[in-house]
Write a protein that binds this ligand. Sequence first.
Ligand SMILES: C[S@@+](CC[C@H](N)C(=O)[O-])C[C@H]1O[C@@H](n2cnc3c(N)ncnc32)[C@H](O)[C@@H]1O
Length: 227
Amino acid sequence: MGWSDTWKDILDGGNQRWKVDNLDAKKIALKHITDNTITSSARKLKILCPLAGDDKFVFHAWSEGHDVTAIDLVPEAVAAMRQQFGSSTDGWTSTPKEDEGLVWKHDSGRVTLYEGDMLKKRSELENSFDAIYDKDSYGALTKDIRPAFCQRLSDYAKDGATLYIEVKNKASGREHGPPFHVEKSDLMESTSFGPYFNHVTALGELYPLPMPGMQQTGHILKRMLRK
Ligand SMILES: C[S@@+](CC[C@H](N)C(=O)[O-])C[C@H]1O[C@@H](n2cnc3c(N)ncnc32)[C@H](O)[C@@H]1O
């Protein structure tokens, strides 16, 4: 099943798959990000959420005053994300970007939603983000797509930026996905984040999942300084 059909099924009330709508889980993520990134307590961050779906983290981080950019391929997922801000139309302006899909801007000036392919190079995002929130995005990708995905994240992160990443640890079926089983060694491969990020902390299990044999684990990585 492709991503578009997967989203149709989710939004029609079918299996909710990876979705975690519990606000406590979003608070845990944002706290890890701010603890690892903020040097002055007043500072608000520019946060990138790749392959975001309709993850409630975006609304939560925005409501805490941060500036958030999210990217997803599927228009219905991006519409569900906009709806969390009160309406999928009011308060939003969309601009088509040639062959790069649509860009939605929220009237607050602090939310940008890209409706398009994450792998597309977007020069306006280069060296822009203090932090990246990746929940189940890297872990949803087959190994052939990971190099381009990791390259994009490294392009868009500022020097020293925090990469907060949530991945699944699976008791069985580790070679099959999505979701794929992901450990520190996978993240730090030379075809993944290894050339661009240092591994800082393995956070262990973050919160319980209702799926037997699966753990939601986290890692903190830091963007190396550009030469
Ligand atoms: C496993 S889901 C994770 C969604 C979200 N991070 C969460 O945990 O709630 C993966 C998401 O990636 C999106 N996606 C897959 N390939 C993509 C691509 N090349 N560019 C942008 N989005 C993509 C899918 O539509 C889906 O919403």
